[in-house]
Write a protein that binds this ligand. Structure first.
Ligand code: PLP
Length: 522
């Protein structure tokens, strides 16, 4: 492919993607394909002769799109948002075009230096404590990871290294293996699955402690668990506090957990994967007090800050611990400028790294802080609008406080009603929402995800939800009516037929528990 063809291909692809984005509303948010669908559409072997780019691009629509779940559709309300915007996509193209691997300053100075600068911009925008920034006097700094999962794992490894060094000084007769077998990590039972996984991959016991009735991890719960472990000869090492839990967007009580961790030499990592972006707006900062106690803080611009996956921001107060945990040097990696700029390979799991700061830079420059704040506030406003719609209909109840872009609700009454609603919505593929559980109750999580979501999309979703709910209640009423008819029949049987026929007749009636539990409709 020469440059001329590259430009034609690029232009056609950008036009196709712009058209895709602008008309996403018209596609079903979920695909209807069955597992293995693509095998039917693509050949078993790679083509021997190269094909034209036009054929390939046509096949994106023909074979790929039918199997895509449209995460950026304004009708996608599941999980948490995945960031997307035109400036970020272009940043990604430039990054791919340059195609450098920035494992050290020398391997591509701009790659390291732009990351340092954008992470400082970002940290200041969120109003993080100075100590976290590369531009502060101390050893703190920010780095872009591929995911919040990696951030949690790399900080666990740093915490392990820090504690091991400390214990070796305190107990010169203990060896590494003895120390590492004693270390314990803690998080709440509401933390993301990636937190438990970090414990697994990092070979550290991860205790998932019970959250309170607001789904928050409290200081007293942590302290009790730590004391119990210490009595058993174990050593508390690492705590992951979540700001904005995946289930209900709850906030662990950092101002209680922080002092406990600081006083006990326990590394406190904050996972604010989704909610962290809201710190860009001063009015949401009160939701997340106590960040100053943390040793590390991470959030995902690739969730709620318009940057496409992957771009997870991590700051640490002392980068030395990361470097100690992950520093493996070779002569071919040395370059003589090590003390002047970070060699980011020590701050992450892989050696190679992409030029991810470009997309962050494009987004921050083209939207500006004000544009990002406007976007965050817009999502919260739409969530409040949806919350009001739910509150207005007394068939439903709101579960958990609505603080940002997530609304948790359910149909009042038995869980089977909400389960049926979820099943119907998924089968119809018009909107996408997913369940969670809250104190034993099934709930629907409704998240304002797409950057293109508007009031009319919230109304579309609400219409879909209420129509399906009405259908559920209608079928309940019909079933109740059948039941009523049958009970007249039973009375007739009881009065007219001999007793031995009664059991068989009753079994015919197929009385289900969901019908018996049917709520009244107001
Ligand atoms: N932490 C929280 C609170 C999350 O909600 C999620 C994903 O939704 C993650 C971590 C995992 O994020 P990532 O996919 O970037 O690892």
């Amino acid at each position: 492919m020469d440059a001329k063809e590259f430009c034609e291909f690029g232009k056609a692809t950008l036009e196709y993607m712009a058209d895709y984005t602008e008309n996403l509303r018209d596609r079903n948010v979920l695909p209807s394909v069955k597992p293995g669908y693509l095998n039917e559409l693509l050949p078993r072997e790679a083509p021997i002769k190269g094909e034209s780019w036009k054929e390939v691009l046509k096949d994106v629509e023909r074979v790929i799109m039918p199997g895509v779940s449209h995460w950026n559709s304004p009708h996608f309300h599941a999980y948490f948002p995945t960031g997307n915007s035109y400036p970020a996509i272009i940043g990604e193209i430039v990054s791919a075009g340059i195609g450098c691997i920035g494992f050290s300053w020398m391997s591509s100075p701009a790659c390291t230096e732009l990351e340092v600068i954008t992470m400082n911009w970002l940290g200041k925008m969120l109003n993080l404590p100075e100590e976290f920034l590369n531009c502060s006097e101390g050893p703190g700094g920010g780095v872009i990871q591929g995911s919040a999962s990696e951030a949690t794992l790399i900080c666990l490894l740093a915490a392990k290294e820090r504690t091991t060094r400390r214990l070796k000084e305190e107990h010169p007769d203990w060896n590494d293996a003895t120390i590492k077998s004693k270390l314990v990590a803690y998080a709440s039972d509401q933390s993301n699955s990636s937190v438990e996984k970090a414990g697994l991959l990092g070979s550290m016991t991860m205790r998932l402690l019970p959250a309170d009735e607001k789904c928050r991890l409290r200081g007293s719960t942590l302290l009790e668990a730590m004391r119990k472990d210490e009595e058993a000869g174990l050593v508390p090492c690492y705590v992951v506090a979540t700001l904005g839990t995946t289930g209900t967007c709850a906030y662990d009580c950092l101002d209680e957990l922080g002092p406990i961790c600081n006083e006990n030499n326990v590394w406190l990592h904050v996972d604010a994967a989704y909610a962290g972006a809201a710190l860009a707006c001063p009015e949401f900062r009160h939701l997340m007090p106590g960040i100053k106690f943390a040793d590390s803080f991470s959030f995902n611009p690739h969730k709620w800050m318009l940057v496409n996956f992957d771009c997870s921001a991590l700051w640490v107060k002392n980068s030395r611990y990361l470097i100690d945990a992950a520093n493996v040097d070779r002569v071919y990696l040395a370059h003589g400028h090590e003390d002047k700029a970070p060699d980011y390979r020590h701050w992450q799991i892989p050696l190679g790294r992409r030029f991810r700061s470009l997309k962050l830079w494009f987004v921050m420059r083209i939207y500006g802080v004000e544009g990002i704040q406007k976007y965050i506030r817009g999502s919260v406003k739409l969530a409040r609008y949806f919350e009001n719609l739910v509150r207005y209909d007394n068939r439903f109840e709101i579960v958990a406080d609505v603080t940002l872009g997530l609304v948790c609700f359910r149909i009042k009454g038995d869980n089977s009603l909400t389960n049926e609603l979820l099943e119907r919505l998924t089968a119809r593929r018009q909107i996408y929402v997913i369940p969670a559980t809250y104190m034993g109750k099934t709930i629907v999580r409704f998240v304002v995800c797409s950057q293109n979501c508007e009031e009319k999309d919230v109304e579309f979703a609400w219409n879909e939800i209420t129509t399906q709910t009405t259908e559920i209640f209608k079928s309940q009423i019909e079933a109740s009516a059948v039941l009523e008819d049958r009970s007249i029949e039973i009375r007739t049987i009881i009065t007219e037929k001999p007793l031995e026929n009664l059991t068989d007749k009753l079994l015919d009636l197929e009385i289900t528990s969901s019908v018996k539990n049917s709520p009244t409709i107001s």
